[in-house]
Ligand binder design. Sequence first.
Ligand code: PXL
Length: 281
Amino acid sequence: MTQNATPPRVLTIAGSDSGGGAGLQADLRTFFACGVHGMTAVTAVTVQNSLGVTGVSVIPPEVVAAQIETVADDIGVLAAKTGMLATAEIIAAVAKACDRVHIGRDGRIPFVVDPVAASMHGDPLLRDDAMSALRTELFPRATLVTPNLDEVRLLIGHDVRTHADAREAAKALHALGPQWALVKGGHMHDDPECVDVLYDGETFLELPATRIDTIHTHGGGDTMASSIASALARGMAVPDAVRFGKWFVTNAVKHAYPLGSGVGPVSAFWRLPDDGAFSLS
Ligand code: PXL
């Protein structure tokens, strides 16, 4: 009997995007392109296309927790990440479930917390009262937090305009308890280098990448956090995993494609051969 090796297994705790651009759909594509087995704890179903979100149906917190526990108990989780968490009740259930299955800094399974608050169209993906739950319940459990500049403002009130501001913000985020804080510079539109700042309480690492001129960046944050989680599941240290994630998402933005009449997604397809996919040999 053929017996293949089991690949590293990564869990995303995230919402569904019916348009397939962002959310758990982007996470699963990224996991596939990174050669890891992806698993999902679905938190919410969004009704969405390239023009925006027109509805959200939230999954009961105990169902979110049960998805986390059931895959961890049987399949095993080598790294986990969060995306859209929707409500404070879901965040509390995720924190408890992660503790039970040893996901998070004390349990030692790497845990990337991407504090998703809104879609790029500005549609809310997290209730207003849930931001403080994210700060107090998930940040102290995180191996790494990955806010963009809008999320930094919502989390700690810092208005980041310069690289020095980004370093200050990384310090303030790190003080909330994660092992590492990554302030993503993609939204600093006058910075041609999109510098991300990584901080572990001692050392700053600045990661530049040439800005790509496109409006199609839907799912970019999800793709970055998922590629980082994949690298962590493969045993990389956090700075190398973040370098990998930056490289992965930069290529995904380069290959972003138009979809519908609004904003298109970044593309994990850049890692696949683009010819011969349908040949039988
Ligand atoms: O890209 C952030 C994000 C995460 N999760 C879901 C989303 C979006 C953005 O639209 O829809 C479900």
